[in-house]
Design a protein around this ligand. Structure first.
Ligand code: ZN
Length: 146
């Protein structure tokens, strides 16, 4: 499903780029996963049994962690509110569709007893974010089970 086509076939040595080639192992989501792991929280990835196939699932806390880009998911922050002549009606519609899907997914998960913890990209700029995220997750019901 990923890469392999002549268009993406770069002449650079590919073996050293494998981590970058796999999109899920880069960027904000990877940073969040590393922080959860470092805190001793165990998660599953891309759980197809749950609505929307959430990227990060913490079964012990019945919690789903979503890492969302501020612009594309319409966060109420400087990055999410950005307006420019390059922001077309098409983008506005796409962002609105993303937000609607996010809300539907959260509702479907809640109906099954799962909670959603959203991590916005802008939050990752604050040095204390990993501790804050771990605290938010740990404070969630039902909490650790034996
Ligand atoms: Zn934001």
């Amino acid at each position: 499903m990923t890469g392999g086509g002549p268009v993406n076939d770069e002449p650079a040595p590919r073996s050293s780029l494998m981590r970058q080639v796999r999109r899920q192992d880069t960027g904000p989501e990877w940073v969040v996963r590393r922080a959860l792991h470092a805190a001793g929280l165990r998660y599953r990835l891309h759980d197809r049994r749950l609505p929307g196939t959430p990227d990060i699932v913490l079964p012990k806390y019945r919690c789903v962690v979503r890492v969302q880009g501020c612009f594309w998911h319409g966060h109420d922050c400087a990055h999410g509110r950005v307006r420019s002549k390059t922001r077309s009606a098409f983008w506005d519609a796409k962002i609105a569709a993303n937000r609607a899907r996010d809300a539907r997914q959260a509702e479907a998960l809640a109906a099954l007893g799962w909670q959603v913890e959203t991590v916005w990209e802008c939050e990752l700029r604050a040095p204390q974010w990993p501790a804050a995220l771990v605290e938010r997750i740990r404070s969630r019901a039902p909490g650790p089970r034996p």
